[in-house]
Design a protein around this ligand. Structure first.
Ligand SMILES: [Zn+2]
Length: 162
């Protein structure tokens, strides 16, 4: 998305827009469209110092290797089915491949109700959680994977449900 009217959102120290203005701005994406987006994240402006810093992050090469590994896991998982990637999973695939620990099952149920999620959002959260687990080389979706995935929908909670 383009910047807010004053240009500083989500940096609330600098953004001079009213809550109403921010809501109008964020609300330009309708809920049905947002429902079709897998990952939503607010990005704060990057300072000059941060850009000039050394950075300890992974290189593109490292990330590529990780992604290739996650793709190989998916290839193996879906061998013999008509799909190749997590994003293509249907309800049946999700039931077989996105199992959660019992506590996470209950946790997710609470989140689903509290955040007033749609069936589509439910599916997307599990697919993204599956992918995060694959990127980290985990066979099972762990609590932290589920939480990270849910956090990519937290904008929804913030702006679309009130
Ligand atoms: Zn602003």
């Amino acid at each position: 998305m383009n910047p807010c009217p004053c240009g500083h959102y989500p940096d609330r120290n600098r953004c001079r827009c009213t809550r109403q203005q921010v809501q109008n701005y964020v609300g330009r994406i309708s809920k049905p469209i947002l429902d079709r987006i897998d990952i939503c994240a607010e990005a704060s402006p990057v300072s000059f110092e941060e850009l000039r810093g050394q950075g300890t992050g992974e290189t593109s090469f490292d990330i590529r290797k990780r992604v290739e590994k996650a793709r190989a896991v998916q290839k193996k998982r879906f061998a013999g089915t008509d799909i190749r990637y997590n994003s293509q999973m249907s309800g049946g695939h999700i039931r077989s491949f996105c199992r959660l620990e019992k506590e996470d099952e209950q946790f997710f149920q609470r989140v689903y109700r509290n955040m007033n999620l749609s069936a589509r959002a439910y599916t997307r959260i599990l697919k993204v959680a599956r992918t995060i687990a694959d990127l980290e080389g985990w066979e099972m979706i762990a609590h932290e994977h589920l939480c990270e995935s849910i956090s990519y929908r937290s904008l929804e909670e913030k702006y679309w449900n009130n």
